[in-house]
Every structure is written in C-alpha cells, then in structure tokens.
Design a protein around this ligand. Structure first.
Ligand SMILES: [Zn+2]
Length: 465
C-alpha cells in the first residue's frame, strides 16, 4: 500500500498552543485544545500502522515529536526494526502510586476497496473522522496524548506520576507490551491504576445511555482435537474412522452445557442495566442471582449471545479438517475449538471436564495458543467513582456499569503486576459505529474527540491531583 504519511504536517502552522497562555483549570481555552485534538486525530490516523507489518515506530515518532515540543520526558524503545513502544511521564510528588494511560499504536489491516474513503486518510465527512484505528484504538491514544499535554500546561501539581504508554503489536502477538513487561517493567510496575481500551459506551438517539467500564475479560483457551483411525477407500466405510469418531465427540461437545456462574462484576452489570428493561426482565435482572435458579430463565437468557458469554465458559467450533478427497477415508481428522474461560477459571480443570465430555481416550486434545490467565479488577476504587461522577456530570441519564468482555485486552497482562486496570474512555458509539471496528469505514465522531478530550483530562487530573 502506498499511502503518504504526513507526520505532524500542518499542526505547527495551524495551531500553535505555545501561544496560549497557561491558565487556571477552569479557564482552559477548551475550543483551542479541542481544535488541536481533531487536527492531531487526523494526523495520527494518517500514519499507517496496519499490523502486519505494524511499523509502529512511525506512531512512536509522532508522539515523541509532540512530547518533545511540550517538554514532556519520553523515550522510544525500538525492540525490533520498525517496531517500537513509547513511554512518556509527568512526574508527581510521589505521595500516590502512578497511573498508566495505555494504548496500542498498531491497527488491524484495512481493505481500501471496501471503504468509502482511504482508510489512512483521516478524512472528515459528516462530522466523523475516518480512519483505520479511529475506535480501536487511536482515538483513545489521542485522548491520552491530549491529557498529557493538558496536564503539563494547565494541570494542578500532581500527587502521582502520569505515564503514557504506547505499545506495538497488540493486534497480533502482543509483543510490544510483553517486551515492556519483560524488559522495562521497573518504569511502570509500581502503578496503582491503568486505563486502556475495552470500555463500551452506548449512544442511542443522540444520548449516552450506558457507560460500560471493562473490569474483566474472558481468556482464549484454544484447543485442537485430533482423532486417528484406519484409513481406506470411501466405498468401504470404516465404522470408527477418525472422522466418524471426531464427529461423535464434537456432537457431545455441542450438547454440553457448561455450568452457569455469576461473577460479581457480571451481577453488578445485570443490576445496573435492569432499569433499562421492561418487566418482567427488569425484576429478573435486578435479582439476577435469584433469577438464575430458574432453569427456564437460564435457558432463555443464555440463548441470547450478548448474555450467554457473561455467564459461562463458552466453546465455538471453528476449524474442521479431514480428508482432502471425497473418496478417501483419512487416517486423521482434526477440529479446533475456540474456548473462552471466565476470570478465575483454571484451564486444567476445564480440560479435565472437556475430556470427560469427549469420552474417547483415543482423541488427543491439545492447547494451541499461549494461554493468559483471565483476571479482573475491583470496582470499589477511587478511580471508578471518579469515572462515574464525571460521566454523570456530562450524561445525567447514563447508566454506569461494569463490563466483562468476551475478548482479550492487555489489561490482563498489567493486572498480573498488581495494577488495577480498567477499559474506559469517554467515547460513545452507536451499534452502527461499532461495525467499523475491525470492519470497514471505521470512524470516530468529531464530537467524541472534542468532548472526550475534556472528559478524559478531567478524570485523570482528579485521580492524579
Ligand atoms: Zn484494540
């Protein structure tokens, strides 16, 4: 792909914040900073960090130029040619432990032919800024950047360090964060809090209805099942051939209903969204623990995809293979299954239960991904209350709740260091907007960038003052 990358072109000419006088927090010239945020959002989206190959060094340089310009201490770590992480820091007085603003700078690839605009154009159309990564997650990264600049120029004295961390390769192998944790953890491992992607705020009819703070994620535990057996000609069936035995095992797996479990964050989620439901769902959600004792309710609830994964370990049968030819009975047949475990679950226990369900000792079951222990963060924290309070101020009707994601985020890696990690950003999207994430025409509204700049700054300011 041959996109022109214009790192930083234009900003210095159009907007020179150095000319804005430093002011008290309540006198911040918001429109100037918000104009700057929109302009920088466009610039950031023009940097092609589609992974593979990533080329996140260009994104790191984009941030470095701005951090240098505003006198914010920073360092790039190029751990492989073209692949780089960047860390920047505003020093606090050390009376509280740091907060990390974590974003990945890579994006998934884009198919230009399927887009209305060039995916790396940063074009503004109908009050949306288009670009691969606008929501996942360059938009948040931009808010993190603006917060650093605002804190530096306008913020109160800090009681804790505010650390900006931009990492490479989240979308493929997580090399960036894994490298930082393996090699540079002393720079951030004493942090108390971390904010990153994973939050999910629902915009409906122009109003923010739900603000979901991601406090837990499920963990992928991918398995491959292999059956072996006597091969032969398709014209003379083998009753217990590899494919036949595999299919019987898969059928037992399909019929298996994994146990329903209610985690505290999920219980809170159901209670929080209860008021948005009509009866009888309203009462059933409000008393979810009690409601789940009714098998008919469990059946109805778990038949809905958006609720089912919250309540149990799930299994999706995804890859199947057997013979390459219709008239050949293969000597091996395999099936990959995408298992997602709830936080707190043990992969060994799950494997034991699954093996019992398969009930065929000749079928080999092996783990084929690098399993990362699912975990979660507490909700009764100062940061959570600040997010809730700030959200209420801007969106009085919004329900603020906890979310558990079906997918993975890097929060899992950083929680292992003892850090409270949340997925949250003041970016609200319609289900239509969400289609763009890993899809076509990814975009973020100008309004999200403008309002988000202020809301995100104010939350970080308040937790760090
Ligand atoms: Zn992402």
């Amino acid at each position: 792909m041959s996109y022109n990358i214009h790192v930083g072109v234009g900003m210095d000419k159009k907007l020179d914040l150095q000319r804005i006088e430093s002011q008290h927090a309540d006198q911040i010239d918001w429109s100037r900073y918000q104009d700057m945020a929109v302009d920088l959002m466009q610039q950031y989206l023009r940097i092609n960090t589609a992974n593979p190959p990533g080329n996140e060094l260009e994104a790191a340089k984009f941030f470095k130029r701005l951090f240098d310009q505003y006198g914010i201490e920073n360092e790039i770590f190029e751990y492989k040619p073209g692949r780089a992480n960047i860390i920047a820091r505003l020093k606090g007085n050390g009376s509280k432990r740091p907060i990390i603003l974590l974003s990945h700078t890579d994006v998934v690839t884009a198919e230009p032919a399927a887009w209305e605009v060039d995916p790396f154009s940063g074009l503004i159309k109908n009050d949306y800024i288009y670009g691969r990564g606008a929501l996942d997650m360059k938009g948040e990264g931009l808010l993190h950047l603006m917060t650093m600049i605002l804190l530096k120029r306008e913020g109160p004295p800090l009681s804790r360090d505010v650390i900006f961390l931009g990492t490479a390769d989240e979308e493929v192998d997580d090399e960036g964060s894994l490298w930082m944790i393996a090699n540079k953890a002393e720079l951030f491992k004493n942090a108390e809090y971390l904010l990153t992607e994973g939050g999910d705020n629902l915009l409906e009819g122009g109003e923010v209805k739900v603000v979901g703070v991601d406090v837990a994620e499920k963990a992928p535990f991918w398995l491959r099942l292999t059956a072996t057996g006597l091969p032969g000609h398709g014209s003379r069936p083998v009753a217990d051939s590899a494919s036949n035995r595999l299919i019987r095992a898969m059928s037992r797996i399909l019929d298996w209903e994994t146990p329903v479990k209610l985690l505290p964050a999920v219980e809170k989620y159901f209670k929080d969204i209860a008021p948005l439901q009509s009866e009888p769902l309203h009462s059933q959600f409000a008393n979810i623990r009690e409601s789940l004792k009714d098998p008919a309710f469990v059946k109805a609830l778990t038949s809905q995809r958006e609720y089912n994964f919250l309540l149990r370990n799930t299994i999706s049968i995804t890859m199947l293979s057997g013979s390459k030819q219709t008239n050949v009975i293969p000597n091996a047949a395999t099936c990959n299954i995408d298992v997602r475990l709830l936080p707190g679950e043990s992969p060994d226990e799950f494997l034991k239960a699954l093996t019992a369900v398969v009930a065929d000792p000749t079928i080999k079951i092996e783990n084929i991904n690098r399993f990362k222990q699912p975990n979660s963060s507490a909700v009764d924290t100062e940061l959570f209350s600040l997010i809730a309070r700030r959200t209420k101020a801007s969106h009085p009707k919004a329900v603020i709740t906890t979310k558990m994601l079906s997918g993975y985020t890097e929060s899992q890696l950083y929680r292992q260091l003892g850090i409270i990690a949340y997925g949250w950003a003041p970016i609200s999207t319609t289900p239509d907007d969400d289609e763009g994430v890993h899809g076509n025409n990814e975009r973020i509204s100008v309004k999200n960038v403008r309002q988000g700049t202020r809301e995100f700054y104010e939350v970080v300011r308040d937790i760090a003052r």
